[in-house]
Design a protein around this ligand. Structure first.
Ligand code: PRE
Ligand code: MN
Length: 385
């Protein structure tokens, strides 16, 4: 009411609301700044940011003293929103502090493995058999890979995390010896999987890059142990892992000082059974958008089949991947693991050419491996691994 008793004009009332909004905003920002100070103090003491007891105590006191147009339900809802927003700013701040999300977490030239640079602008092919089986097998495969006119890293497993304990478990230390010997003779850098901290030193001695497999993405002790080494890491996304979980796994490695990390999308588990896993193409641009880390895609394990490998590889590269992992074997039908998804060496060369990696002209449309498809083993994907 105006002093003369006449009702205040709408404009004047709104001006008062505007003024109160400004004051409320200022108070909210002061409160938010204190919330972040409390969060820092709590972090120092190892306490959680969320404190439901404190929230409920504050709410009770506020509701008790509320006498005005706002009753208990409105006061409760307004302050609950404020508490929620307090948690949101704490989350945002924590996220901004992640090393893995820093704009220059990985330099522009990418991650170097021997003479290969991953994420520096030229695609990298990670190729090789699922497992090291014999010196002759590795020799045949390495000879073919070394001839490919692209940046390449040879892959092959010595320690195999198989789903079924009665299937081939890898040649272990002997496999590492074969792998290193063949790689040296062909001048190829190698990546191989490390399964646990107990064998880490042996694997790190033999490999140029350490692979943390999908099943080990949550193994925080292993992540910290590879983080303490100064050796590049290929970190595969767990097949039930969100992108945040993948990034936090990478953070474990970064937190120990190792910033040479390459992320690998390798398919996630869904209800679809035609492919071994479901290739999550959207992960590629999302990870590239949110981080400076190189992202490669293991098309072989994602698909579990060869016939659609090339179109999917094209899609992956179009989505911005820095490279591909393809399992290849000189005799896929005799492979001791994952034979159904490994491509022949001549098909590997044809894929590289079809992708336009070796020549400027891209032979879009052709699919060299459709005709040479070998019968896939029967059964569900889960039992094959
Ligand atoms: C605050 C924020 C989140 C907690 O769940 C409880 C309270 C708040 O906004 O008041 C501040 C705070 O972190 C705290 O008092 O411990
Ligand atoms: Mn495999």
């Amino acid at each position: 009411m105006k002093s003369n008793g006449a009702p205040a004009s709408l404009g004047a009332l709104r001006a008062r609301i505007d003024d109160l909004n400004t004051q409320l905003l200022d108070l909210l920002q002061q409160r938010a700044a204190i919330v972040l100070e409390i969060a820092a103090a709590k972090r120092e003491q190892g306490l959680a940011g969320y404190d439901p007891q404190r929230e409920s105590d504050m709410l009770n006191a506020l509701v008790q003293s509320a006498d005005g147009a706002f009753g208990a339900p409105e006061i409760t809802s307004v302050f609950q929103s404020i508490f929620r927003a307090s948690l949101d700013i704490q989350d945002r701040e924590r996220r901004q502090q992640l090393r893995v999300l820093a704009p220059n977490a990985v330099p522009k030239e990418g991650v170097r493995v021997g003479n290969v640079s991953i994420g520096g602008g030229t695609p990298v092919l990670f190729a090789g058999p699922c497992s090291v089986e014999t010196p002759e097998q590795m020799e045949a495969i390495a000879a073919a890979i070394s001839r490919l006119p692209v940046q390449k890293i040879m892959r092959a497993g010595a320690f195999k995390p198989r789903t079924n304990p009665y299937t081939f478990q890898g040649l272990r230390e002997e496999g590492l010896r074969i792998l290193r010997d063949v790689a040296d003779r062909h001048g190829l850098p190698v990546v191989t999987e490390v399964l646990d901290t107990g064998t880490l030193d042996a694997v790190a001695d033999a490999a140029d890059m350490l692979q943390i497999g999908a099943r080990n993405m949550y193994n925080t002790e292993l992540l910290k142990a590879v983080g303490r080494l100064r050796k590049p890491v290929l970190l595969k996304r767990g097949f039930m892992a969100t992108l945040d979980e993948l990034l936090l796994a990478a953070e474990y490695i970064f937190s120990q000082g190792n910033e040479s990390v390459v992320l690998c999308e390798r398919g996630i588990r869904t209800f679809e059974g035609r492919t071994r896993f479901t290739l999550d193409i959207s992960a590629i641009p999302l990870l590239k958008q949110e981080t400076s880390l190189p992202v490669i895609v293991d098309v072989s394990h994602a698909l579990g089949r060869r016939d659609i490998l090339l179109p999917c590889a094209r899609a992956v590269m179009a989505a911005g991947a820095d490279g591909l992992m393809i399992e290849a074997h000189h005799r896929p039908e005799q492979a001791l693991s994952d034979g159904f998804q490994q491509v022949r060496l001549e098909d590997l060369a044809a894929i590289v050419e079809a992708l336009g990696w070796s020549k400027p002209s891209n032979q879009a449309g052709s699919n060299p491996i459709q005709d040479t498809e070998i019968e896939r083993t029967a059964g569900t994907g889960a039992l094959r691994g």
